[in-house]
Design a binder for this molecule. Structure first.
Ligand code: ZN
Ligand code: ZN
Length: 272
């Protein structure tokens, strides 16, 4: 690990307790990564940038404002207390903030494991949330936004925040990682879910380079369709929906789109 990072880390641990860093430090980091990554997509929608937008529909300023206000309320009243009360469990499992910092190899292996575990739990939890009663009373809140934008990723009923938040903290809670690994995991997970809800499919989107990664087009489909027909339940990867056959509608639509695109290209070639 670089000595500059180690010096910065030393400064943090000299000036704040481990509890303060794990709870309030995590909260500040989460808010920063979430809003800094989500607000640009909101501005793109507000400024009418539609070239790579998946759905032509725009959210009204009132709908955007409602999302932000509720998020702030839930983050302070649900996420922050969750971070405070989960500290003893993390500590019990060997969580530490002390130097030396873990190796990049260790960090990478742990974070990849967390992604696979989170995706598995999220997939089944999300499928259960799409049953009639749970959808009506809990998950329909997240689906209020049929045209998602980055910040809607965390817009959900408090019960869902707790339920699916469990999927996010399950990996770290089992392995008791270093605080640096926890912060990096939290940051990439937030970036991933904000991207999945951003409403834009760019030529440089990760899903185009890495077919196993779901991304915005994959999850946008889930928000567009009626809750009984949506499919695409996984959070990060595409293989769970492929394995359990819940991506059939999405694949059919993709094939139709590609087919009509090819037809348009052939027609264009004939005209030129
Ligand atoms: Zn859903
Ligand atoms: Zn969603």
């Amino acid at each position: 690990m670089g000595s500059a990072l180690e010096s910065a880390w030393q400064y943090l641990t000299d000036n704040f307790s481990e509890f303060q860093l794990a709870s309030f430090g995590s909260f500040i980091l989460h808010e920063s990564v979430f809003f800094l990554s989500g607000v640009p997509y909101l501005l793109m929608e507000t400024w009418g940038l539609t070239k790579y937008k998946i759905q032509p529909k725009m959210n009204t300023p009132a709908a955007q404002e409602k999302c932000i206000l509720k998020l702030l309320l839930y983050h302070v009243c649900v996420n922050l207390p969750l971070m405070v009360v989960s500290y003893p469990a993390f500590k019990y499992m060997g969580f530490t903030s002390k130097l030396p910092l873990p190796s990049w190899k260790m960090i990478t292996v742990q974070i990849l494991t967390y992604f696979v575990l989170e995706d598995f739990i999220f997939y089944w939890g999300h499928r259960i949330l799409h049953t009639k009663w749970l959808y009506k009373h809990i998950h329909s809140v997240h689906h209020e936004y049929a045209t998602p934008f980055g910040l809607t990723s965390e817009y959900a009923h408090p019960a869902e925040i707790l339920f699916l938040g469990f999927a996010t903290i399950c990996g770290p809670a089992i392995t008791g990682p270093h605080l640096l690994t926890l912060w990096l995991w939290m940051s990439v997970r937030v970036l991933e879910t904000v991207e999945a809800h951003c409403g834009y499919d760019f030529p440089w989107s990760l899903s185009r380079l890495l077919p196993i990664y779901g991304g915005a087009d994959f999850h946008d489909y889930h928000h567009r369709l009626l809750y009984t027909k949506s499919g695409n339940y996984a959070s990060t990867f595409t293989y769970m929906d492929w394995l359990f056959g819940t991506d059939k509608g999405y694949k059919k639509l993709k094939a139709l789109k590609n087919g009509s695109q090819n037809c348009d290209e052939i027609a264009d070639d004939k005209l030129h």
